[in-house]
Design a protein around this ligand. Sequence first.
Ligand SMILES: [Zn+2]
Length: 487
Amino acid sequence: MRLQSFGAACTVTGSMHLLTLDGGRRILIDCGLFQGSGALEARNHEPYPFDPADLDAVILTHAHLDHVGRLPLLVNRGYRGPVYCTPPTAALAETVLLDSARLQLEGYRQHLRHARRQAREDEVLPPLYDEEDVHRALDLLRPVLEFGQAATVAGLRVTPYRAGHILGSAYLLLEDAGGRLIMSGDLGHRAGGLQLDFTPPPQADAVVLETTYANQRHRAWPETLAEFRDVLCGAVRAGGKILVPSFAIERSQTLLHTLKALMDSSEVPRIPVFLDSPMAARATRAYFQFGDELVPEVRDALRSGEDPFAPSTLHEVLTGDESQRLNRYDGPAIILAGNGMMTGGRIQHHLRHHLWKPGTRVVIVSYQSPLSLGGQLVAGAQTVEVMGEEVAVRAQIQTIGGFSAHADHDDLLAFLETAGCPHVWLVHGEVPVMQAFLPELAARGLKGDIVPDRQDVDLLGSGFSGGRPPGLGLEPGPEGLKVAADE
Ligand SMILES: [Zn+2]
C-alpha cells in the first residue's frame, strides 16, 4: 500500500490521503478543507495532483470540515464514485457542507464588494463550490460503515472502529494481501465529553496516526468541569455577558450538556443561555437521531425522552435579526455562538458590543490559531479589530483547555498499545510536535516516520525510517503551522 498525503501532512488541517493498492486501485481517505491561515487556505484552490475521475472510492473518517470540506470540489472536478462513511457522519456532513457552501458564497460577495472599490475584483477567488455541488456530493454518500463490521471497498477489506472523537467518527483497519494498515482519522480524548472511548485497535503492520496534541496532556474531565463552573459563577457575579465562542459540532453539544448538568445541580445559577448558532441547532438533531452512540448518561436521558442538550433557560436564536436584538438584552446571560476561533460568524458582533465592557467574560474552550481574533485575545491584546472597528478589550478573557475532542499524548500512546509492533506514520500535527513524539515511539520499540507533504511513501515496505523523510525541509513559520480548526 502506498500513501500520498495532500493535506494534514506536516500540518493539522486539510486531511486528504490517497492510498494506492496493487493493481492501481486508488482510495481517498478523507477530503478535507484547509482552514486557518491564508497560505494554507490557498491550497484549497490548487488543482488536484490526480484525476478525481480515476479514484475507485472515497472513505470519510468523520464529518469535521477539515476532513470532508473539499468533497463537493472533488465531485465538481469529476468524481462520480461511492463515498463510504458511518450513518452519523453522513447526517453531520450534510449540515457541515451546506454551511460551508453558504459561508463561501457570503465570503466571496463580501470580498468582491471590497475589491470593486479598489478595481481589483479580478483577484477575488470564486467559491470552491456551490450548493448544487454539495447536493451532488451528498448523493454519492454510502452510509453503510458500521463499527466493528468489515466491508469491501474497491476489493479492500475495510473495518471501521469507534474513534471517540465526534459523533460517528471512525478509524479504519484496511487489509489486503500486502498487510494490515490502520488510518487513525482523528482520535478522541478518553474519559470526557459525549463520546464513548475509542476501541482499542487490533494488531496492524502500519498505523497512520494523528498527532494534534502528541505533546500535551489535557486536564482531567472533573477538573475541567470544576474550572468551567468557577469561571461561570465568577462571571455571573460580575453581571455582564458571558460569551462562549464555540464550534457547531460536538463542542456546542458538550457545552450545552455541561451547562444543563451544572444548572440542574444548582452549581451554576440559572441565567439565560442563548444558542446563537443555527448550524449547532441543526447538528444537535443528529445527536438525537444517533443517541445510542453516546455515553450512557446521555444515551439514557435521550431514551427516557429528556433533552440532555437543553438547559431549562435555553433559547435558540435562529435569525440574524434575533441575534442582533441580543445586543439590547440587559442582564447576565451566556451566549454560545460561532465560530470557535472568532474569525467570522455571529460571535463577532457580540464581541464588538461587549468586549469593551469590564463586566463581560469571554470563555475560550477551544484552540485559537495565534493570528485569529481569538488568538489575539488569548495573547492579551489591549485593542482588537472586530468587523472593521477598533475595540478596547476590557472584558476578562478566560481559557479552559480541557474540553478538547482530540486524543492527548497519553491517549495516543494508549492507542498504540494494542496495535502490536506497527510502523507508525505521523500526520495531522505540527512538525515540532511530531519530531518530539518520534523518540517516544523509538523508546517503545516502534519505528516512526513523519509523512511528508505530497510525497509518495510505501507504508508497509521498509519506509525511510529515522524520523525525518528526505526533502521534508519544512519548518514552522512565526505563526506556527497548527490551526486545529476542528478541535
Ligand atoms: Zn476532527
